[in-house]
Design a binder for this molecule. Sequence first.
Ligand code: G6Q
Length: 545
Amino acid sequence: MTKRIELPQWKALASHSEAIGGLHLRQLFFADPERGGRMVAEACGLYLDYSKNRITAETLPLLVDLADACGLQQAIEAMFTGDHINQTEDRAVLHVALRAAREAVIKVKASDEKKSYNAVKRVWQVLDEMVKFANKVRSGKWLGATGQRIRNVVNVGIGGSDLGPKMAYEALKCYSQRDLRIEFVSNVDGTHMAETLQGMDPAETLFIICSKTFTTQETMTNAETARDWLVDVLGKDAVPKHFVAVSTAAKEVEAFGIDTANMFGFWEWVGGRYSMWSAVGLATMLGIGPENFLAMLEGGRAMDDHFRTAPFAQNLPVIMALLGVWYNNFLGADSHAILPYDQYLHRFAAHLQQVDMESNGKSVDKDGHRVAWQTGPVIWGEPGTNGQHAFYQLIHQGTKLIPADFIGFCKSQNPLGDHHAKLMANFFAQTEALAFGLPEEKVNEVFKGTPAELVPHKAFEGNRPTNTLLATKLDPYTMGALMALYENKIFVQGVIWNVFSFDQWGVQLGKVLASQVLKELKAEAPDLKHDSSTNTLIQRFRQMA
Ligand code: G6Q
């Protein structure tokens, strides 16, 4: 396979970056004053303005040429039709089936089944079970072992079995039934479980043990601690009324003592970090209610339809992915900031960090060769306006190029006084300032009376690129569309970088090493055979613990 950097389309972009890389956004807007109304795209209620990027009218077409040369359209079709595109694990990648319409048909051939089957049918069987269960718990029909109503739900899971459902629950919290408390425990640090259970009554608490494999050390340790906490007060027989499972591993679930009738399944073709739409979202559904959960799926589905059918130059995930490639591979950026101006999205960047970095943080291409180009960027971010009083300094005046996505909403879910106008004033002002800066000759117009020697410190270079995503309101449909937009963006970038986006071998080594060290921490007199640093640290820990 031709190496990406040898493609004529890649080379064309490299020369284009040399030709226009030195242009400032001030010059680009001066030469093309209407670009702010033209470099936009819209789908599923999301309005994308990408005019404040370091691009000319030629850049996107050149990027689209690259996408074509990399076979993007065929790759999209391969995913949507159940091809085993996760080749290192020989699996289909069908999180899109999780949000497909009930009547859709997507055939999949899974390794654990003899025949291919319709993935969507199975998805809806589980969704229907989840809805029934959620309604029972929310209405108070599902009672704990002592006949008390469930007031607390604790999701026990980690990574993909925690970040997505927690992010979605937090994002849509204003739709939740406030008398049902939803918590997420992930860390094997006992503090997480201990603090979460503070003041909770076991008789009113339901645990969802959420683990695809049901073998993950952190989750199983937390699950056992939760079971001990409950059994101590209510006895062993109470377990079935207070524990349900979300897993693909029925045997392991049964061995833990959970009735498999209360197990919500998913499938090998759902990657952990793409699973918030499946039964992994049970805690989210319990919080926000089935109707809102299904509306979130609908938003995801609408974005998938857009992604699959819209021409690349008007396709939101494709545009955002290609602009990311532009900065990452041609303008030397190595990180990308996600800056939502909505407090409900306070876990959005954390979730995207996993989805993006675990998917495209690879350095070997699909042929097993070391890549000669940059792959996934560092993803980070926090909600505005908080970030403005913290790390924005570096984005504005630091030496690094940091493309950023600003995400904002026209209507607040909590319209208090003029809070929302103030929030959004900051939102618009920031992208303007980042793009156009404050040249030295204008410093005194803004910061009156600035002495000459301080002018360089108070000037802003500008030319910091941003995308702006604007939607009416952060409702479940919009939330689904927004998340699917980013999932599909990540897919596109994986295709361009020619990496396998749906495996995660990078997390395996740590698991193996940790189990060896655990034995050494517990042993009477371990024979430590690590390097001198690790040996000394372990010895010190053993002396001090
Ligand atoms: C996600 C990863 C990883 C996984 C966790 C939890 O894509 O595979 O984050 O979700 O390790 O795994 P289990 O759900 O199997 O416990």
